[in-house]
Design a protein around this ligand. Structure first.
Ligand code: GAL
Length: 392
């Protein structure tokens, strides 16, 4: 009996030891580019290499974007050994060649698969091949895996994603693990120990209504996010044409306030100056990448006028005033009160005194000149004002 217990303990120790995610990854929300929002299934080696080049030449890399991720449709079949096979017409040199190219640019490489039997676009997926696929990814030099949830039948989400987490760990290459089960099984409650980020909703589309509806589904999720484990409200649509420049500024500001992963989804090779200046606004990106890793909370909700608040490292904070109405709004903002306020997750932080701070407008790139603590602020329709309380 004693012997049995010892054997069981040893087995448990070894299984337990492999049952973890790589926990030194994604200390701040991952930043990069993903093919899906703009190109769907129309992916190829030429496209992906071009995007890697453009990520460097456009200044995106300097602004912090790092991962170049091919989404669905790179895979076409399995070979006689059940190894996953890339589409040879579209990826003639194979996936490792592409990964090497991306690494040679100082960037990281991401790929996509799915926990079901087929991906959402009907390509071969991971179910039953998790360990084999993880080894292929590690051999190719994959740094990031997005793992979808189509064709999963009666599979249990937590155990399906746990299998892939363990497979990635066993393959011995640090790979950021991005769960994409659309929030169906409340992954924020269980995915922190499985992956580095998890989708919280269905797919974004390139419209104001879609973006704002996703925002409204984030408001109770702040407490689940932090360094190494992020809520993912889906990828960016900035620059894809379905929203105005002002709306894209709003979309980008809100995603940064939410400490969302920042995966651009536009054509990086042909960006308008407006798109580029949104995606590379370093002062806004700094909110997203703040090392404290707090997601913004909805501090005041007046329907189509909301104030989101994000606590930052070193006792700083950011606020985003959102006018989601179709009319310009003029609002009276009490910066003294905002300075003192604390979000729910940060009751233990110090209330700030306005006199110790400069209030900086992160789109105007200017400090506010405040004669009094309260002042009137104009906010355009579908627009935001984003302020950072910077210590004097
Ligand atoms: C969806 C996923 C999208 C994209 C697509 C690919 O399920 O949410 O982001 O990956 O599948 O088929």
């Amino acid at each position: 009996m004693k012997k049995l217990i010892v054997i069981a303990a040893v087995i448990f120790f070894f299984l337990g030891a492999s049952a973890q995610k790589y926990d030194q990854l994604a200390k701040t929300p991952p930043m990069g580019w993903n093919s899906w929002n703009k190109y769907g299934c129309n992916v190829s080696e030429t496209l992906i290499m071009g995007m890697a080049d453009a990520m460097v030449s456009s200044g995106m890399k300097d602004a912090g974007y790092e991962y170049v991720v091919i989404d669905d449709c790179w895979q076409i079949s399995r070979d006689e050994n059940e190894e996953i096979v890339a589409d040879k017409d579209r990826f003639p040199h194979g996936i490792k060649y592409l990964a090497d190219y991306i690494h040679s640019k100082g960037l990281k490489f991401g790929i996509y698969s799915c926990a079901g039997t087929l991906t959402c676009a009907g390509r071969p997926a991971g179910r039953g091949h998790e360990y084999q696929d993880a080894l292929s990814y590690a051999r190719w030099g994959v740094d990031y895996l997005k793992y979808d949830w189509c064709n999963t039948g009666t599979q249990n989400a937590k155990s399906s994603y746990t299998i892939m987490r363990d497979a990635l760990y066993a393959a011995k290459r640090p790979i950021v693990f991005s769960l994409c089960e659309w929030g169906s099984n409340k992954p924020w409650e269980w995915a922190g120990e499985i992956g580095h980020l998890w989708r919280t909703t269905g797919d974004i589309s390139d419209s104001w209504n879609s973006m704002i509806s996703i925002l409204s589904q984030q408001k109770d999720l702040a407490k689940f996010a932090g360094p190494g484990h992020w809520n993912d409200p889906d990828m960016l649509e900035v620059g894809n044409g379905g929203m105005t420049t002002e709306e894209y500024k709003t979309h980008f500001s809100l995603w940064c306030m939410l400490a969302a992963p920042l995966l651009a989804g536009n054509d990086l090779q042909n960006m308008s100056p407006e798109t580029k200046s949104i995606l590379t606004n370093k002062e806004i990106i700094a909110l997203d990448q703040d090392i404290l890793g707090k997601q913004a909370e909805l501090w005041r909700n007046n329907g189509d006028y909301q104030i989101w608040m994000k606590m930052l490292a070193k006792d700083e904070k950011a606020v985003c005033l959102l006018n989601s109405s179709d009319e310009k709004k003029t609002v009276l903002v009490d910066f003294g009160l905002i300075a003192q306020a604390r979000t729910e997750g940060a009751e233990d932080s110090k209330p700030l005194k306005l006199e110790n701070f400069t209030v900086r407008d992160l789109w105007e790139h200017k400090d506010l000149v405040l004669k009094e603590s309260s002042t009137y602020i104009d906010i355009l329709p579908h627009s935001v004002k984003v302020y950072r309380f910077v210590k004097k």
